[in-house]
Design a protein. Structure first.
Length: 674
């Protein structure tokens, strides 16, 4: 059967077939070419618009699957590093900014830290010390061999391991703990390994009876609270914590005594085997906060018998100065009869507020089983009449061996002591009976140039006067205490105090031991207002002025610091205490040597072509400079096409303006140095 194309039926079918082919072809052209593709056993190359190979994705020659960049541009130049000295090292920081770019490259990998001996050293594999991987900047601590200054440079690296240009070099010097690495007394028995001192290390005759004692080693297992044992002891005691630094040690132990009622905050450090009559030397370092409200701070032994019954306590007690410096407290205790063991403890007694810091605990055996440490036998260890005359060699007892008032008249034969037997100046107030010297026995002018002890000296009994007793006090015309020179009494430190009394409260200013404190007597401060001075690193003089604060709130500190080798003199406003933020409000204008502003005008000679003007003759403080420009236009993008700055230095920069016309345009500019 034959079908002819000119028939209507065949023409319609052929038209439908062509339309279907056309639709399917258009759909194929519109679809993604790789929608249903995969990479089989190889890699696919990636090219840029210019046809340059920029990377490959897929199976790499080593068998791994990865996106490998190639022919990438090196990263920009980072800003110079920040340097902070630490013990035997430096903390090197990068602020996440770039010297010649505003944005971090998308293929940024890490920041290399290089150390060199000179400012112009070239970073290479031998100078690479550490890396910073955070894109927004960060810090890293590097150890330094010795204490000589070193130079630090930063080099950025991209994901293709291509480094960029190095930053400017900044010098830093590691901090040294003391002027020399070892000082006298820094190595004690706790720093020596067992059997480290052999017979060959001891000079003949160097160790005698006075150097020998039983159990003189420290019985406190972790006296400076630096080891894991202390951390384990306080793991379930949230009121106890480790703080840094301690008193001439890396760590101290702290207890927060805040409580609704008075309580005893006690911590057992060790349990010791102890015999009846044993004497122990106890010592510890302590300081308390200004808000401490407790009875005392103690290092003690709690004595137990064989059944675990508490027989008693032997305690060395401190009554520290509120808010004062570290203090050393020492003493001896003795075990009662029936003792078989003792718990070595530290304690903040009967307290309900404030902080206590403790460090460098000592517990040493003085007397045990009849063996004694040289010099540890006192009169209380001797039975009555146990030492008779025949036990004492001739001339072995001299005046310096006798305690004051230990020889009374009933011990002397009649007329055994005459005036010729008494050396000039040997009889003082401790040897004279109370009341035996009266006014009629003192010759006129006998007190000229003499020392008067225990009396009250005053210029009057009322009104303006000066009184000397346990302190020196000055009173005004109304008889109100205006100032006094105080001695440390366990509550306040030694110092000179001046008062300003108002109808509502009494304010004071106290000069004590190199610092000044301010306050109001009826207030309980968390941080005490004052002025303090300190020297950092032996080269930087710091003067700090603190606002003081009350419980639950932070305080502001204004710190003035002198210049150093790596920093200019500067002033810092710092928050401390309960907050990490401190606001600064200035009622006038702020002028800074590292910020310069101005305004220039540019009239383009040709529309659409950049026109420039150069600013010169400036003196902007800083090492790194950034320029900012803003065109004064109401038609940005329409009239002004672009405005930028180049060649930014501390002495000036070049400002460029591109307009679509030739209208004169004002430009605000600013240079900031850092």
């Amino acid at each position: 059967m034959v079908n002819f194309l000119d028939s209507q039926s065949d023409a319609r079918r052929f038209a439908v077939l062509l339309a279907d082919y056309d639709r399917r072809l258009q759909a194929l052209e519109r679809s993604t070419q790789a929608a249903h593709t995969s990479i089989e056993g190889g890699a696919m190359d990636i090219y840029d618009a210019a046809g340059n190979l920029k990377g490959s994705v897929g199976v790499q020659p080593d068998g791994g699957v990865a996106l490998v960049p190639v022919n990438t541009a090196p990263p920009p130049t980072p800003m110079p590093p920040t340097i902070d000295p630490v013990l035997a090292g430096l903390v090197v920081g990068w602020d996440g900014q770039w010297d010649d770019s505003y944005d971090t490259p998308t293929d940024f990998s890490l920041m290399q830290v290089h150390l060199g001996a000179s400012e112009d050293f070239t970073p290479d594999a031998t100078t690479l010390t550490a890396t910073i991987t955070a894109r927004l900047g960060g810090t890293v601590t590097v150890a330094i061999e010795g204490y000589d200054p070193v130079w630090v440079r930063l080099v950025a690296q991209n994901t293709a391991s291509i480094p960029g240009p190095p930053s400017a070099a900044i010098q830093g010097t590691p901090r040294q703990a003391v002027p020399k690495d070892l000082i006298d007394g820094i190595i004690d028995e706790t720093k020596l390994a067992e059997q480290a001192v052999s017979q060959a290390k001891v000079k003949l005759g160097a160790i005698g009876a006075d150097q020998l004692a039983l159990g003189v080693g420290n019985l406190a297992p972790d006296p400076s609270f630096e080891g894991p044992q202390t951390a384990q002891l306080i793991a379930e005691r949230p009121e106890w914590s480790l703080t840094t630094p301690g008193n001439n040690s890396p760590t101290a132990l702290s207890v927060d005594t805040a409580n609704a009622v008075k309580d005893w905050f006690s911590l057992q450090l060790a349990y010791l085997k102890v015999l009846p009559g044993e004497r122990h030397y106890l010592a510890f370092d302590v300081k308390v906060s200004a808000r401490y409200d407790g009875e005392a701070v103690k290092c003690l032994l709690r004595y137990d018998d064989a059944d675990g019954t508490v027989l008693g306590y032997g305690a060395v007690t401190a009554t520290p100065v509120l808010g004062g410096p570290w203090a050393r407290v020492t003493g001896q205790v003795r075990a009662p009869d029936g003792t078989v063991g003792a718990s070595l403890r530290i304690e903040a007694s009967n307290a309900s507020a404030g902080q206590v810091w403790l460090d460098n605990v000592e517990a040493r055996t003085v007397v045990s089983a009849g063996m004694v440490v040289a010099g540890s036998i006192s009169a209380t260890e001797l039975a009555a009449d146990s030492v008779t005359a025949e036990k004492i060699a001739a001339l072995t007892i001299t005046a310096d061996k006798l305690a004051a008032l230990s020889v009374t008249t009933d011990k002397l034969a009649t007329n055994a002591v005459t005036a010729t037997k008494i050396a000039a100046g040997t009889i003082d107030a401790t040897h004279i009976k109370s009341g035996s010297i009266t006014a009629d026995t003192i010759a006129a002018n006998a007190l000229n140039g003499k020392v008067i002890t225990g009396a009250t000296v005053q210029t009057g009994t009322s009104g303006t006067r000066l009184v000397l007793d346990t302190a020196m006090r000055l009173y005004d015309a109304a008889g109100v205490l205006a100032a006094e020179a105080k001695l440390a009494d366990g509550k306040t430190d030694v110092g000179f105090v001046a008062y300003n009394t108002s109808p509502f409260a009494r304010y004071y200013a106290m000069l004590s031991r190199g610092y000044v404190q301010f306050g109001r007597e009826d207030m309980q401060y968390w941080g005490v207002p004052g002025i303090d001075h300190a020297v950092a690193g032996g080269t930087v003089s710091n003067l700090s002025i603190t606002s003081g604060s009350f419980a639950g709130f932070g305080q502001a500190r204004l710190q003035l610091a002198s210049g150093s080798t790596d920093r200019q003199p500067h002033v810092e406003v710092i928050a401390s205490g309960m907050t990490d933020r401190c606001d600064l409000a200035v009622s006038g204008t702020v002028t800074a040597g590292n910020i310069v502003i101005g305004t220039v005008s540019i009239t383009p000679a040709v529309a659409g072509k950049p026109q420039s003007v150069t600013i010169t003759g400036l003196n902007v403080a800083g090492k790194t400079f950034r320029g900012f420009v803003t065109a004064l236009s109401t038609v940005p993008g329409t009239g002004v096409a672009g405005c930028t700055a180049t060649d930014v230095t501390g002495t000036g920069m070049t400002i460029w303006l591109t307009r679509k016309d030739t209208v004169k345009t004002g430009i605000h500019w600013m240079i900031i140095g850092s």
